[in-house]
Design a protein around this ligand. Structure first.
Ligand SMILES: Cc1ncc(COP(=O)(O)O)c(C=O)c1O
Length: 462
């Protein structure tokens, strides 16, 4: 059997054993960048663990509390080990999700008037949001441009760091286009004097990461994106010296060595606990080892190969679809090959005249077929603006003209008054994706062949 066939057989077995609910419910799940799916065996092992242990609120000496403390501490070690992060150099801070990890950095990074915050246009809003903290402290904020294929534009360089503490932030993999930006940017930015935030949320579910080799100061992940369960827990994996640079704007239960009310002083802990406000989500944290065990049993390299092979087929399938007049049915945003890209593909459906079929129509029709695709801008407006070619000043006017509380992409589209998309569809692949999922997506998209957009919109309005 060829290597490819062996890999396919293995993943077919994994699907048949651990994701039986997909076929039982007739699901075509293609939203892994939104959320990973948990393996059924992973749930069983987590439930067994909960049934076998008495876990109380950590940070006390009683047996139930001590068991929870041990569990949280051993899970930190397990996470470091999974990402090959040297425990003498890195720490794991448990957070609610990747966004909360990014916020910890943004609110506590010592930005000052001579600092620079530099980021790629291709970032999730939870990274873009750090600019509000930087600006509030007078730091200069600048974006690195993308080219039309949504990679860093030729000739774009990270500027030298400012005199004050400076931060560079980028995603290892775009949640919009699937582009994998070079991990070597971490070293490049360090050499220019930056601390680096690596947003690994969309990368780690299907790619191995060697944190010790890559060397980010701060890296964020959401565990549900890696293995589906539990939700509500992510991590900031940070160098101890980088954590010590952060100045937390407050303290809370669990974060302090001491607090005096009468003297109004406090001292934060000097470990990861200083960043974990209140009671950690210890029962969810208890679910992390079974998720990591599951991924390790599959093997990250094998998972990567599996997703890459399917992505290649998906790209081929999308670009091969044509209307009777020879025009393409699908406009893919981002690279059309699997080189330095992951299994996330953003696209719009076009009609025979090349007009964009509103993503809302496609999303609704896909949902009717039990196909889970995502529609919109995926919280990544920078990549979307470049992909759709949105003119800056007209778009700004239209954004600001939208009434507060009633924002909607459809109105934005009519305000722009041109045939420009304001959102897209996104298919993203993962551990349980198989060729049959892609076949169903292809069959679904074939229904747009030779269908003019006005007819589709009229049908949608009915
Ligand atoms: C690249 C990237 N960064 C950050 C996030 C935010 O993750 P969460 O919503 O789990 O905080 C996401 C979520 O889609 C993402 O894809």
């Amino acid at each position: 059997m060829s290597e490819k066939a062996t890999l396919e057989k293995r993943f077919a077995e994994i699907r048949a054993r651990d994701f039986t609910r997909l076929d039982r419910g007739g699901h075509t799940y293609l939203d892994y960048t939104g959320s990973g799916l948990y393996a059924e065996s992973q749930l069983r092992s987590h439930m067994q663990f909960l049934q076998d242990h008495v876990l109380g609120n950590p940070h006390s000496e009683n047996p139930a509390s001590a068991a929870a403390t041990r569990l949280v501490e051993s899970t930190r070690e397990r996470v470091l080990e999974f990402f090959n992060a040297d425990p003498d150099v890195y720490q794991v801070v448990f957070t609610a999700n990747a966004s909360a990890a990014l916020k910890l950095v943004g609110e506590a990074y010592p930005f000052e008037a001579t600092s620079r915050f530099v980021l790629l246009r291709d970032n999730h809003n939870s990274v873009n949001g750090i600019r509000s903290y930087a600006r509030a402290r007078g730091a200069e904020v600048s974006y690195i441009d993308l080219s039309r294929d949504l990679r860093i534009a030729p000739g774009e360089r990270i500027p030298p760091a400012g005199e004050g503490p400076s931060l560079f932030a980028y995603p290892a993999q775009s949640n919009f286009s699937g582009v994998q930006h070079p991990l070597a940017l971490v070293e490049e930015a360090h050499a220019l004097g930056y601390d680096v935030v690596l947003d690994a949320a969309a990368f780690v579910p299907t790619n191995p990461v060697d944190v010790s080799a890559v060397g980010p100061d701060y890296m964020c992940v959401s565990f549900y994106k890696m293995f589906g369960f539990p939700t509500g827990v992510g991590a900031l994996i940070a160098r101890t010296d980088a954590l010590h640079k952060l100045h937390r704007p407050w303290f809370a239960g669990g974060t302090v060595e001491y607090v005096s009310v009468q003297s109004e002083v406090h001292r934060l802990r000097n470990d990861a606990g200083a960043f974990e406000d209140g009671t950690p989500n210890f029962l969810a944290i208890a679910g992390i080892p079974s998720g990591l065990d599951f991924l390790e049993s599959v093997g990250m390299d094998a998972l990567h190969e599996h997703v890459l092979g399917l992505t290649s087929r998906l790209l081929e399938m999308l670009t091969e679809l044509h209307h009777g007049n020879g025009r393409p049915v699908v406009d893919v945003y981002g690279p059309l090959t699997t080189e330095a890209r992951g299994g996330t593909v953003a696209f719009n459906v076009l009609d025979p005249e090349g007009r964009v079929v509103p993503f809302g129509v496609v999303e609704r029709e896909a949902s009717e077929e039990n196909i889970s695709l995502r529609g919109g801008c995926f919280c990544n407006p920078g990549a979307a603006e470049v992909a759709f070619g949105l003119p800056a000043s007209e778009t700004l006017d239209c954004l600001q003209a939208q009434p507060w509380g009633a924002f909607n992409l459809k109105d934005l589209s009519s305000c722009l008054g041109r045939d420009l998309p304001v959102g897209a569809m996104r298919a993203s692949l993962g551990i349980a994706t198989d060729h049959a999922d892609l076949d169903r997506l292809a069959a679904f998209l074939r229904r747009y062949v030779d269908r003019p957009v006005d007819a589709l919109e009229a049908a949608a309005a009915r």
